[in-house]
Design a protein around this ligand. Structure first.
Ligand code: SF4
Length: 476
């Protein structure tokens, strides 16, 4: 069973599938290794990367994530600076402190292997870990798959998951409202006279008490808005060979007329002020998205929503709601996140959040669809209008390729989030202000179309940096 809090993770940039997932996998392996008896027999740990992880992992900080995870760091518990310091020390001393407890020699040139020409059939993002004793005898080996959005499965777990999905098993049967399709979600909500966010809330109550749900939602918004604030005042160049200049601070100072206050302080006082430019609100939305994705590209703290590459869209649209929609309040923020989460769960179950499987439609497209539904809910859209908004949000991202230049989550990723955010607002407004909920293409059909399109796409357009902008733009 998945909770919306599995979908919205507090993580670290720049990638959910290539940074957050591998760090979690490495952490899990380290814990398994430490449980060996006696653990002192472990002499060395080695890692092999396959497919998309091997091809773009260097630009996505997969190496840093793996070393940090093996050292006992977790994306949600370890501050980004601590994590970087841990890896710097490891690289300087060639010593790995496995799980933070067992000191081992580690030579990155021989112990971390990038198999750029090999991809495993189960999933393009595969990692093998193994540890051996002094004479090279294997003590433990495990294969993990990072399937997008920070979700990680061992080989056995992935097999079980796929078997249960294929057999039609409803893994949500323990919830009061066990939906697996958009149609079921819509029908259940209508039959019980509940909103979509109320369906999710009832399901979440099975897992955790009311106060914890509220606290977690507050924390998600706190991290999202904190990320926007940091991004708006952090200048300089992004890491990596492209030497991309961070744009958010300049745009922020223009929009705020050189105020020194952070957006979260400045905007509440000035959001209602009139401007002669009727589209300035959209400029703010673009700024919010840029700020988050620049923070993400710099390896900062972000909410995986539902991935890191697309981490700016939901915070940008939620900030638009908070600052520019009259009557916005804490309940609305919760409603937005729960509704968006419901939509994200449908994509996770029936297609994929992984750009290595689906292209960028699996990241930016899904985030756009989720944000459109969340905003439609805050605009008091009906259940049908919310489903329509989510459907529009994806329909016009179908076929979106993933082609990051130099394997970095920078170009086209950062700017693409501004497009996803403004598209989501447009989708919500079309569905709620100018629609009555009736529409021609259902959300379920569009999710299935996205899945089929992702399967049909050539691998070079799926987070390999072997096609698209990645080969048509020189990276030096
Ligand atoms: S192009 Fe899209 S899917 Fe690919 S890394 Fe960038 S944001 Fe993620």
């Amino acid at each position: 069973m998945y909770s919306v809090f599995d979908l919205f993770k507090i993580g670290v940039g720049p990638s959910s599938s290539h940074t957050v997932g591998p760090m979690i996998a490495a952490y899990r392996f380290a814990q398994q290794a430490l449980a060996l008896e006696p653990r002192q027999k472990i002499d060395r740990v080695t890692i092999k990367l396959y497919g998309s992880l091997a091809l773009t992992g260097m630009g996505h900080a997969t190496d840093i994530a793996l070393l940090a995870g093996l050292s006992g760091c977790l994306p949600d518990r370890t501050e980004p600076e601590v994590l970087r310091g841990t890896v710097e020390a490891l690289r300087r001393d060639h010593l790995l402190m496995l799980g933070g407890e067992l000191r081992l020699p580690f030579d990155e040139t021989t112990d971390l292997i990038w198999l750029r020409n090999q991809s495993l059939p189960q999933h393009p993002n595969a990692i093998d870990f193994s540890c051996v004793d002094r004479v090279g005898e294997s003590l433990l080996s495990e294969r993990y798959f990072s399937t997008g959005g920070g979700f990680v499965y061992s080989e056995r777990e992935l097999e079980e998951l796929r078997a249960s999905t294929q057999s039609g098993t409803n893994e949500n049967a323990g919830f009061p409202f066990p939906f697996t399709t958009a149609q079921q979600l819509v029908d259940m909500a209508k039959a019980n006279q509940l909103r979509i966010d109320e369906v999710i809330h009832a399901n979440e109550l099975v897992v955790r008490p009311q106060h914890e749900i509220d606290e977690r939602l507050d924390r998600l918004w706190e991290v999202m808005s904190g990320c926007i604030d940091r991004g708006c005042v952090s200048g300089g160049l992004l890491p990596g060979p492209l030497k991309i200049r961070r744009r958010a601070p300049l745009i922020f100072s223009k929009l705020s007329r050189d105020s020194k206050e952070l957006p979260s302080r400045w905007l509440p006082k000035h959001a209602a002020q009139t401007t002669c430019d009727p589209l300035e609100q959209l400029d703010w939305v673009s700024l919010f998205a840029l700020a988050v994705n620049e923070e993400n590209a710099a390896g900062g703290r972000v909410v995986t929503a539902p991935t890191n590459g697309a981490a700016g869209i939901i915070p940008a649209v939620l900030s638009y709601y908070v600052h520019f929609v009259p009557g916005a309040d804490r309940d609305g923020i919760h409603r937005f996140l729960k509704t968006a989460g419901a939509i994200g769960l449908l994509y996770k179950r029936n297609a994929s959040l992984s750009a290595a499987e689906m292209g960028c439609q699996g990241e930016v497209g899904v985030a756009c669809s989720m944000a459109a539904a969340g905003l439609a809910a805050c605009m008091h859209g009906s259940i049908d209008q919310i489903e329509n908004a989510a459907e529009i949000g994806m329909e016009h991202n179908l076929g979106l390729t993933c082609d990051p230049i130099a394997g970095l989550v920078q170009v086209p990723c950062i700017e693409r989030n501004t497009m996803g955010a403004t598209k989501a607002i447009n989708a919500a407004r079309l569905a709620v202000l100018y629609g009555d909920g009736r529409h021609f293409v259902s959300l379920d059909r569009v999710i299935e179309t996205m899945r089929q399109t992702g399967v049909d796409m050539q691998a070079k357009y799926k987070e390999t940096s072997l096609g698209g902008l990645a080969v048509n733009v020189v990276d030096c």
